[in-house]
Design a protein around this ligand. Structure first.
Ligand SMILES: [Cu+2]
Length: 455
């Protein structure tokens, strides 16, 4: 029997023993079926029917790749191929991905298991798969040209290794990387602890940050872009169509986020403080954690954070870079705030009677108006809540904490009803004089009741 301790202490030797044992017990000589999906909706995986037990992760707007046990080896079949991804209603992106979708399916396995991953290349060029953060033999590391020859179009390669530690990892090509990652090739690789009592949670969400540059009215990302992206996605999906994170009051919740864009993303969650409990390097010891409400996800890194869901409500979760909560936008929009466009408006209305000036009081009106936009494009600021437009896009969703949600229920419970007396309201009485300051200097406010200092 393989326990975590003797596997770790035996090191490489245990892997060799495992390999020969697995070969002796191999039942299947054919490839595992390559499962595929065309759905962009969250598909909650079932609990594992065989192999070691674990609590599956819920990949936002994604799914977990089915597998089969072949003797003692867990076998997966990834297919790299062109895909169509519905980023939001009204916007399809023609990407490259795995098994029908971008981002690719989440691979889930358990510490101590051996995995065999068949990778079939249906792209028009060669590819490879790098297993980011996993500890494995050099020749399995998936760097085309360094670890092994890149996988030619039409060919299938096999990666096989032992999972010697649990944690939050990912996979992506390491061949023509600039093009293949700009086209959406990436996925999550979750290794669950062998000991189910190690850091258990009730709900375990996961998503990857991915950025694209897709001109309004077009379908294919511009792969040479380095900084000026316009689609900021979670698992290649944008607000308002990123699924909510549905949680039952009192649940212990983990959220795992990986960043495969070319800039950092400060992910901010309202309503809670929480602790980072894991990186792609491993779990963070309890004595090394500190409270946060925003965690920066560096480029090429993963963070897992945890909290107890004790505050019911609808809580925003989003990237704190405000341009990352917008959909396709031009950055060459002039600022009209404070500009007097009355004369100009009169002149334009002589030619075009319905003309309305925009932007003189800010840009919030863009969240309400339905302007003419090119086909296959979503508005820059969009989404409606129970009290009006949210004026968001891109990397934004809602954590919905409600009482009494069943353990396997992730369906949208609708909007939160604030208990009486717990919601901001409009003041309609007299307004007192409000304090006002026109000086840029530091003004020391005397402490109340301490007009003169008496020691
Ligand atoms: Cu961001």
């Amino acid at each position: 029997m393989i326990t975590r301790r003797n596997l770790l202490s035996a090191g490489v030797g245990a892997g060799a023993v495992l390999a020969s044992a697995a070969a002796a017990q191999t039942r299947f000589r054919d490839l595992p079926e390559a499962a595929s999906t065309d759905s962009p909706y969250t598909q909650v995986p079932p609990r594992p029917a065989d192999g070691f037990d674990y609590n599956p992760v819920v990949t936002l707007n994604g799914w977990s790749l089915p597998w089969r046990m072949n003797g003692d080896v867990k076998e997966f079949h990834l297919v790299a191929e062109p895909v169509e991804r519905v980023m939001a209603d009204g916007m399809i992106a023609r990407l490259w991905g795995y098994n029908g979708q971008s981002t690719g399916p989440t691979i889930e396995a358990v510490e101590g298991e051996r995995v065999r991953i068949y990778v079939t290349n249906r792209l028009p060029e060669h590819t490879s798969v790098h297993w980011h953060g996993l500890i494995l033999p050099s020749g399995m590391d998936g760097v085309g040209g360094l670890s092994h020859p890149a996988i030619p179009p039409g060919k299938t390669f096999v990666y096989e290794f032992d999972l010697i530690k649990s944690g939050t990892f990912m996979y992506h090509p390491h061949a023509d990387e600039m093009v293949q990652m700009a086209m959406g090739m990436m996925g999550l690789f979750i290794v669950h602890p062998r000991d189910p009592s190690f850091m258990p949670v009730d709900r375990d969400f996961a998503f990857l940050l991915a950025a694209y540059d897709i001109d309004p009215g077009t379908y294919v990302p511009k792969v040479a872009e380095m900084t000026n992206f316009n689609m900021w996605t979670w698992n290649s999906r944008i607000f308002p169509d990123i699924d909510p994170l549905v949680v039952s009051l009192g649940d212990r919740v983990r959220v795992r986020v990986g960043n495969l864009t070319m800039t950092n993303h400060p992910i901010h969650m309202h309503g809670y403080d929480f602790e980072v409990t894991g990186t792609d390097g491993g779990w963070v010891r309890p004595e090394a954690r500190w409270p946060e409400v925003t965690i920066d996800i560096p480029v090429g890194a993963m963070r897992a954070y945890e909290f107890d869901a004790v505050h019911p409500g609808d809580w925003a979760i989003h990237c704190h870079k405000s341009h990352h909560t917008m959909n396709a936008m031009g950055h060459d929009i002039p600022t009209f705030i404070g500009a007097d466009k009355r004369r100009l408006t009169q002149m334009i209305r002589r030619q075009q009677p319905g003309y309305m000036p925009m932007g003189t009081a800010g840009m919030a009106d863009m969240g309400e108006m339905s302007m003419e936009i090119p086909e296959n494009t979503v508005p820059m600021m969009t989404g409606w809540g129970p009290y009006g437009p949210l004026e968001m896009g891109g990397m934004f969703s809602v954590v919905k904490v409600r009482e009494g949600i069943a353990a396997d229920d992730y369906s949208d419970p609708g909007w939160y009803e604030n208990p009486p007396g717990t919601q901001a309201w409009e003041w309609t009485g007299e307004l007192p004089d409000h304090a006002r300051n026109d000086s840029p200097k530091t003004i020391l406010t005397p402490r109340p009741g301490h007009g003169s200092h008496k020691g």
